[in-house]
Design a protein. Structure first.
Length: 81
């Protein structure tokens, strides 16, 4: 599974595809929801993605918080819940 976000720098005229890192153990999960990236200073952004899987008829949720320190060009995992 790939988790993808798209970035625009020209008001939506063109978009760039950016792959997010996903731990191997999360490859079987699907994305349930994602927040909009939030500017937290200068070029620093953060957002969360909720991953979900159904295991033995139970829903398992995990949240990964991503951060970017280069203006949203590259994202890395900053927190896993």
């Amino acid at each position: 599974m790939e988790t993808v976000i798209y970035k625009t720098s020209d008001g939506g005229k063109t978009w760039s595809k950016i792959l997010l890192p996903v731990p191997k153990s999360y490859k079987k999960y699907y994305v349930m929801s994602a927040n909009v990236p939030v500017l937290v200073g200068g070029k620093n952004y953060t957002f969360t993605v909720e991953y979900r899987e159904l295991i033995n008829n139970k829903t398992v949720n995990h949240v990964i918080t991503y951060k970017s320190n280069d203006g949203r060009n590259k994202w890395e995992i900053s927190y896993i819940d």
